[in-house]
Design a protein around this ligand. Structure first.
Ligand SMILES: Cc1ncc(COP(=O)(O)O)c(C=O)c1O
Length: 471
């Protein structure tokens, strides 16, 4: 450590900056003990009082914490988020979408988009339904939909859900959305105020993290593993922090592909009822399963008291262009508030899109399409896994969804790998973006659904080579 320069700045400010720079460069890590006041004053050739004053300011700014009669320690970032009262307000003014920043980069080998290759979607049949819809509803373009969504479509979807899961819902419990991202945003606008606590899985779908942060929520993360959640941790958090809601993606979770087991789904509903925490279940990948193994029924099917708000998207595997998704909300008071906020947003989804979707959704072609799509996606997943098997990287093979969540050796940073990969026209999502507390430096999400088979092989071989050059 060098001596402190005596100049126009207050000395204690320089000591303060010295400590902050050590923390930010990660030289002094979370919970590390800082040098004692005496030790630092000797090393920096300043008065003990100067160091003490700097340490007190660091404590005030929640950069460090004190253990009585033991010393000062580096404050961890996640508790900093929970305890620093101004933080949510600041974040409420910061509008950010980390994922879209990566996705805007045009590349030849695109493993960052959890989208399905348009060649695998039913383009031809959908255009046939466009003609049919104009014949059936000649005034479709001159008509508003209701805010809740087209009644014919809500009836058809309610019938479908009843047949699939054998639980009773009504067309009135449905609210048609323009995509599930709109549903997440709507739920955040409706139920979350600045400083409310929101539980989110770690890792998670990054635009959901950004949406709740932009509302000024205090984010608390719950780890998701191949076995689901640690329900003791969930209960502790619900008891201690009284979260407003738990946003979760329990089926072929994005980014990991994990699925929460049935047993936990039932218990989650009980916990949420007991602690009055809404469960917001995002189910964007339910029908993308492999080897004919259907996932467990959604969490909402275990809910009889209106605790779950279920968001189901059909965008990915039918038509991203139509942007049709739905909310199922069995609490009439929650539905009423959602409708008010939705009316202020856009007064409902375009009727034309809903009608085209309805006619395709109600035809036998949907199931035929899904059967072929599942096989095509499984083939792509296996190609990706075959290329990756030549490395010492780790992942847990998912039973569905569009992504592999891959762990690289600890010495490899996926952030710096991405910068190099982009110069070779390859993109993927570094783990940090999916982490509510912005760590997971050696993880990455690789999507196998957008690139074709040749691009998957070539792109992965290049990516592995770039990573090995830096190992
Ligand atoms: C978990 C999850 N939720 C929501 C969305 C948004 O999908 P959309 O708005 O197209 O329905 C995505 C898209 O990647 C997703 O992965």
């Amino acid at each position: 450590m060098g001596a402190i320069r005596r100049g126009e700045d207050f000395l204690f400010n320089q000591v303060y900056d010295f400590v902050v720079s050590r923390i930010e460069s990660n030289e002094w890590k979370e919970h590390d003990k800082l040098p004692s006041v005496r030790q630092l004053s000797v090393e920096l050739h300043v008065n003990r009082l100067t160091v003490l004053k700097a340490y007190q300011l660091l404590k005030k700014h929640k950069k460090v914490y004190v253990k009585d009669k033991v010393g000062y320690y580096v404050q961890p970032k996640d508790t900093f988020m929970l305890e620093y009262p101004d933080h949510p307000i600041v974040s409420a003014y910061v509008q950010k979408n980390s994922l879209s920043e990566i996705q805007q980069v045009q590349v030849e080998y695109n493993f960052s988009q959890a989208l399905i290759d348009p060649n695998l979607l039913p383009n031809h049949y959908l255009s046939e339904y466009v003609k049919k819809v104009f014949d059936l509803y000649p005034k479709v373009l001159s008509t508003y939909s209701t805010v809740k969504g087209d009644e014919e479509l809500r009836e058809a979807l309610a019938d479908y859900f009843i047949k699939q899961y054998k639980t009773v819902i009504h067309a009135d419990d449905l609210l048609i959305l323009s995509g599930s991202q709109q549903g997440i945003h709507l739920v955040a606008q409706t139920f979350v105020k600045a400083r409310d606590t929101v539980l989110i899985e770690r890792p998670s779908y990054s635009p959901a993290i950004d949406t709740f942060k932009a509302r000024g929520a205090q984010i608390l993360s719950v780890d998701i593993t191949p076995d689901g959640y640690d329900l003791n941790q969930v209960e502790q958090y619900m008891k201690l922090y009284k979260p407003r809601l738990f946003y979760m993606n329990p089926t072929f979770h994005n980014p990991t592909g994990y699925t929460v087991p049935t047993r936990q789904r039932k218990q989650l509903v009980q916990l949420a009822e007991q602690y009055q925490c809404l469960l917001v279940e995002d189910d964007s990948y339910h029908d993308i399963y492999f080897d004919h193994k259907k996932p467990p029924p959604p969490v909402y099917t275990y809910d009889f008291s209106g605790t779950v708000i279920y968001i189901r998207s059909f965008c990915k595997y039918i038509s991203p262009g139509l942007r049709v998704a739905t909310i199922i909300c069995q609490s009439s008071s929650h539905m009423k508030t959602l409708l008010s906020v939705r009316a202020l947003t856009d007064n409902g989804s375009p009727l034309l899109n809903q009608k085209i979707f309805l006619h395709y959704f109600s035809s036998p072609r949907l199931q035929q399409h899904l059967e072929k799509l599942r096989i095509a996606l499984q083939v792509r997943k296996e190609i990706m896994e075959k290329e990756l098997s030549r490395t010492n990287w780790n992942w847990s093979s998912p039973g569905g969804g569009l992504n592999l969540w891959v762990q690289l050796p600890d010495n490899l940073s996926t952030d710096s790998l991405l910068s190099k990969a982009i110069t070779h026209s390859i993109s993927f999502v570094p783990g940090q973006i999916c982490d509510p507390i912005k760590k997971l430096p050696s993880s990455m999400r690789l999507s196998y659904s957008y690139a074709n088979e040749k691009q998957l092989q070539q792109g992965l071989q290049k990516l592995i080579q770039i990573a090995q050059e830096n190992d």
